[in-house]
Design a protein around this ligand. Structure first.
Ligand code: GPP
Ligand code: MG
Length: 278
């Protein structure tokens, strides 16, 4: 059974209905549709374009460029990936990171999502790009994928860990990864050195029907599941410019100031964690 709880059903309902211009308009720029945020310096000159329609287009292209940069950074931490390796995108959305992985490494990529609309959308994109034999999306649960043990060289979660219990997730990843394989996540987490999460974190949880984990929860669950961190990068300062531009854009959704407040007060962090399966 792919959807195993009322909560997962609520999550699937959200993503089956989701049509935010901030995702669809950005996706139309290059045909890569992402469900994650961006990193890197903003080219603020996009706001100076005098023609309204052209300015809007330039801002959207700039946000898309920053989201691509985020996915590229994640992929650069997967290690030495060769065409014979297999990769898994856990919580694959409309497929953006998976298509970039296939383009970068030439290997087979599988993605799983509990949203049927997302799976269908991503498989349509694969067909359009003529890569359906190498990039496949499945209506499956990342906690119980049904794939054979030890077949993946690398697995990632690009902003999808906040929908699951980390111990359950990492137990499944640990089963699926070959010995010496690599796991990478980019995620938002609350800084539990300060104690419990702020109201901003609760607002983000309510907005996306998710449950943001404390930072320490990642390392605890990895240690329990044979995943040894090899890189931890705090991307908070590198994602703030993306949110500042997004806030000024026509595709803002209303959650922008909440992210900016949460990141600026130090209670919430945008992290990349890479770990080896030992
Ligand atoms: C959504 O991406 C990402 C999440 C719901 C995960 C939450 C991430 C955190 C860092 C807390 P999206 O591209 O669908 O969102 P939006 O529609 O806001 O662009
Ligand atoms: Mg988005």
């Amino acid at each position: 059974m792919t959807i195993a709880s009322d909560y997962q059903n609520d999550v699937a309902d959200y993503w089956n209905a989701e049509r935010n211009p901030v995702n669809l308009r950005l996706g139309e720029v290059s045909g890569l549709y992402h469900h994650h945020y961006g990193i890197g310096e903003v080219d603020w000159s996009v706001l100076e374009t005098s023609d309204d329609a052209r300015r809007e287009e330039a801002v959207i292209a700039e946000l898309h460029r920053l989201e691509n940069a985020q996915a590229r950074l994640l992929l650069s931490h997967l290690g030495d990936i060769r065409p014979e390796h297999r990769l898994l995108d856990a919580g694959s959305g409309r497929g953006g990171t998976g298509f970039m992985a296939h383009a970068a490494f030439g290997c087979r990529v599988d993605g799983v999502s509990i949203s049927r609309s997302q799976v269908d959308f991503a498989n349509d994109q694969a067909a359009k790009a003529g890569v359906s034999d190498r990039v496949r999306f499945h209506f499956r649960n990342m906690l119980d994928t049904g794939f054979e043990s030890g077949v993946f060289r690398a697995i990632w979660n690009n902003e999808s860990t906040m929908y699951v219990v980390l111990d359950d997730l990492f137990a499944e990843h640990s089963r699926l990864l070959e010995h010496g394989g690599r796991y990478v996540t980019i995620t938002g987490c609350y800084n539990d050195v300060y104690g419990l999460p702020s109201r901003a974190v609760s607002t983000i949880n309510a907005h996306y029907v998710c449950d943001i984990h404390p930072r320490s929860g990642y390392f605890r669950a990895m240690a329990s599941n044979r995943l040894v961190p090899v890189s931890v990068i705090d991307l908070t300062s590198r994602t703030i410019p993306y949110w500042e531009l997004r806030q000024k854009s026509s595709v803002a959704t209303g959650i922008e100031s909440t992210f900016l407040d949460a990141y600026r007060d130090g209670g919430f962090q945008y992290l990349l964690i890479a770990a080896d399966r030992v």
